[in-house]
Write a protein that binds this ligand. Structure first.
Ligand SMILES: [Zn+2]
Length: 424
């Protein structure tokens, strides 16, 4: 496409240059607002982006992770379903008046019926891709034997309409954006780039041209840049387009023309993150969880333990805080860090430790034996411990025998009888 596109573009520029000789110096280069002959206030095309379909086979954030590597306030205009002379030629005129280059996705049947329309698009220097043969909205559930002829028919008839079939861009937009893995894999295997979009303007719906204009601008403003999906077969699109372009200019947007890479023209160098609509910036990691700080606990040796007074808190108003006596707090704040030598085990001390442990166990056993009868008596005699158990078993069905004995030994509780009477 590229080798001869310059010639075609030159031809189109010669036509445009008839109105004003000064602009002819811009032949073959992207149009800028300042050098759009006869239209000094034109939006123009700020740059040409060369893309390699094999490197980035799926684009358009409406459906895919990646989109065109556009800078902020850059827009790519795309038009589907044509050419339909009645409207497509008006779209061509509007774009020519603004020196804007766009991308058109042709339906095979339209190319078959209006081959001249395809040639006009190419002659005007626009990029021409395809959009199936008959525009079925069932690509998402078609078997290979159905979608392959649809894709190939569109390519065949569109390229047949061209003077030089090599000018057909390997760009494809699935009708109705009804994507499917099988369809995408087939297109990718053929080196064809799948174009979704970043935002539509709903110009295929029964809405006013004003609504199309509003949606185009609102959605573009929301994303700040991207691929706008329009249709050059709709009266409302023709009516909305001049207003959209004027507003793009007023808001500081720039038009980017996209062409496929060829042997003669390598892809525009880009960074992989540029193919994301909003590449991560340096501020993004800051928004994530902070890393766990590397505390050096050994240094706590020099820090005194804080007292409640340090926290400016009055202990009597802090009932939920664990209470500590002044003495405990003083100890905590003045305790020295034990030295290493304290934990050192002197040689031959294993026997000493063992004997100490054994004697401790023996002492514990003796103490338990001495305390057992006393402890048992204390449990039964103490009303405080018996009470909650009795309350519990009163609500439980069959009480355990030892619990029953405890209830018997518990003192009568007149208050409980009173409460039962109240309930009755
Ligand atoms: Zn379509």
């Amino acid at each position: 496409m590229i080798g001869s596109s310059v010639v075609v573009r030159t031809r189109s520029w010669i036509v445009l240059c008839l109105g004003g000789f000064l602009g002819c110096s811009a032949v073959g280069s992207p149009a800028l607002a300042a050098d759009c002959p006869g239209h000094p206030d034109a939006l123009g095309t700020s740059r040409t982006l060369v893309v390699d379909p094999r490197e980035h086979p799926r684009i358009g954030t409406m459906q895919y992770r990646e989109t065109l590597p556009l800078k902020d306030h850059e827009v790519v205009l795309t038009f589907d379903d044509g050419p339909l002379p009645k409207y497509s030629y008006q779209v061509l005129k509007i774009l020519a008046d603004e020196c804007i280059k766009a991308t058109f996705f042709i339906v095979g049947q339209q190319a078959k019926a209006n081959p001249e329309g395809v040639r006009k698009l190419v002659a005007a220097g626009h990029t021409v891709g395809t959009h199936s043969m008959s525009h079925p909205l069932t690509f998402d559930r078609m078997p290979n034997e159905k979608f392959e002829p649809e894709i190939n028919g569109g390519i065949e008839w569109t390229s047949a309409a061209m003077t030089d079939p090599a000018q057909l861009a390997p760009f494809f937009r699935i009708p109705g954006l009804m994507r499917a893995e099988g369809v995408e894999n087939y297109l990718i295997s053929r080196g064809i780039q799948i174009w979704s979009a970043d935002f539509p303007a709903d110009d295929w719906r029964h809405v006013s041209s004003d609504r199309v204009y509003q949606l185009a601008i609102q959605r573009l403003e929301a994303k700040g840049k991207g691929i706008l999906l329009l249709h050059d077969i709709q009266a409302r699109t023709v009516a909305a387009l001049p207003k959209i372009i004027r507003d793009l200019k007023a808001r500081g947007y720039r038009i980017v023309h996209v062409v496929p890479a060829t042997a003669d023209r390598p892809a525009t160098p880009t960074n992989p993150v540029e193919w994301l609509l909003h590449p991560p910036t340096e501020t993004v990691p800051i928004a994530r969880w902070p890393a766990v700080p590397h505390f050096v606990f050994a240094e706590s040796r020099t820090l005194p333990a804080p007292s409640l007074a340090d926290l400016n808190a009055r202990t009597e108003h802090q009932p939920l805080l664990p209470r500590r006596t002044r003495g405990q707090m003083d100890i905590a704040s003045t305790l020295p860090v034990p030295g290493r030598a304290l934990f050192a085990i002197p040689e031959g001390s294993v026997e000493v430790l063992l004997s100490t442990t054994l004697s401790r166990r023996a002492a514990t056993r003796l103490a338990m034996a001495a305390e057992t009868p006393h402890a048992a008596r204390g449990k039964v005699a103490k009303g405080k411990t018996a009470k909650p158990q009795a309350r519990h078993t009163a609500h439980a069905a069959p009480a355990a025998p030892n619990h029953a004995a405890q209830i018997k030994s518990a003192p009568p509780r007149p208050t409980r009888v009173a409460s039962l009477k109240k309930r009755a």
